[in-house]
Design a protein around this ligand. Structure first.
Ligand code: UT7
Length: 344
């Protein structure tokens, strides 16, 4: 199993902390100090999870040198699908012209990419597919209450994608271990209602994200630390063997705490949440694609990915890096005036 392609796409529109200061009672200083986030990309009308996912997927196919027709399966991790159905994966399949591919979505909230990539890897490992496209794509801005300062400063929109292919034993690239966990008894800490869960009386129309930030923070640090330790043990590796850790990009303080718990050196941990905020399922593949473009991953390196989100759901994965060509990203950071930036 090898990761052979990587791509990402984010909306051009940028919403800064200064913009948010004019929307809710907050400050740039508070947001940077408590989260590390400075700006995030926000979809404009017409931009959706599937359009962002398609752009990221095209970049990933380009970098792998694989045509859409060669893809057997498309798995999309998202909790902000374009519609309840069809699956966002089917829309991406159609937009790409991936005529031979099956397509479905998986939802594990912010752990959606780890759920999707481990699903894709099982298809490749089990012989069910030769080439799988895995996408993490979100438009979190569409499920945010823009009057709630507890959540609206945290999230952003975007998509990342990877191509998985069968490899041979003599070339680098392998799935070394993965751990997926969930504790549904803690669902009330972080959720977004659906068609069978009418909005709570008195709460704004939605559905919107509701979060107990402080408790989610604590759970995230403990869960990702444990999952990382378990994944490393299963892979037969120590922390010092990890060339790069790409964690879910929710909060710099969470990332730092997990790294400290594990004894991971700061220069081995990749973060870019400063410019994207928390893009949920898209955060790991966007970060992976940037890390690769920056030359932070070399063939044979051991990569550790960590995720945590609503469910609660979390996980860790260790992969031996195969080596991936850089693809041109579609993320010209253009600042758009506030009145155009946020849905009314
Ligand atoms: O993807 C996985 C899901 N999400 C996460 O992983 C996020 C997890 N949680 C967090 O990142 C952090 O808990 C937050 C960034 C959400 C909050 O940081 P915190 O250090 O845990 O702050 P807090 O919740 O303890 O709140 C401190 C204070 C509160 O005021 P009081 O009650 O102490 O008077 C909040 O009302 O900060 C207040 N506050 C704000 N102040 C300015 C909350 N949001 C804001 C804001 N601007 N945007």
């Amino acid at each position: 199993m090898r990761i052979t392609g990587l791509g990402r796409a984010v909306p051009e529109q940028v919403l800064t902390n200064t913009d948010l200061e004019r929307m809710v009672e907050t400050t740039d200083e508070w947001i940077v100090e408590r989260t590390g986030i400075r700006e995030r990309h926000i979809a404009v009308p017409g931009e959706t999870t599937s359009t962002l996912g398609t752009a990221a997927a095209r970049a990933a196919l380009d970098s792998a040198g694989v045509s859409a027709e060669a893809i057997d399966l498309i798995v999309v991790g998202t909790s902000t699908p374009d519609a309840v159905f069809p699956a966002t994966a089917s829309r991406i399949q159609d937009a790409l012209g991936a005529r031979r591919a099956g397509a479905f979505d998986v939802n594990a909230a912010c752990a959606g990419f780890l759920a999707a990539i481990s699903t894709g890897m099982q298809f490749v490992a089990g012989g069910g597919a030769e080439r799988v496209l895995v996408v993490g794509a979100e438009t979190m801005s569409r499920i945010i209450d823009w009057t709630d300062r507890n959540t609206c400063v945290l999230f952003g929109d975007g998509a990342g994608a990877v191509v998985l292919e069968r490899g041979t034993a003599d070339e680098p690239g392998a799935l070394e271990s993965f751990v997926l966990r969930s504790d549904g008894s803690l669902a009330s800490l972080l959720y977004c209602g659906g068609p069978n869960e009418p909005a709570i009386a008195g709460s704004p129309a939605g559905p919107y994200i509701v979060m107990d930030g402080r408790n989610v923070f604590r759970q995230a640090v403990t869960a990702m630390t444990q999952a990382a330790a378990e994944a490393l043990a299963r892979a037969g590796l120590g922390v010092s063997d990890i060339a790069l850790c790409v964690p879910h990009q929710a909060n710099l303080r969470i990332v730092d705490a997990v790294a400290r718990n594990l004894g991971l050196r700061g220069d081995r941990v990749f973060t870019n949440l400063e410019r994207y905020g928390n893009t949920s399922s898209a955060s790991i593949p966007i970060a992976l694609s940037e890390a690769n473009d920056l030359g932070r991953l070399q063939p044979g390196d051991h990569l550790l990915m960590l995720a945590f989100g609503g469910g609660l759901a979390w996980g860790a994965m260790v992969v031996e890096w195969a080596g991936v060509r850089s693809a041109r990203p579609r993320d010209a950071s253009v600042h758009v005036p506030l009145e155009q930036a946020v849905p009314a």
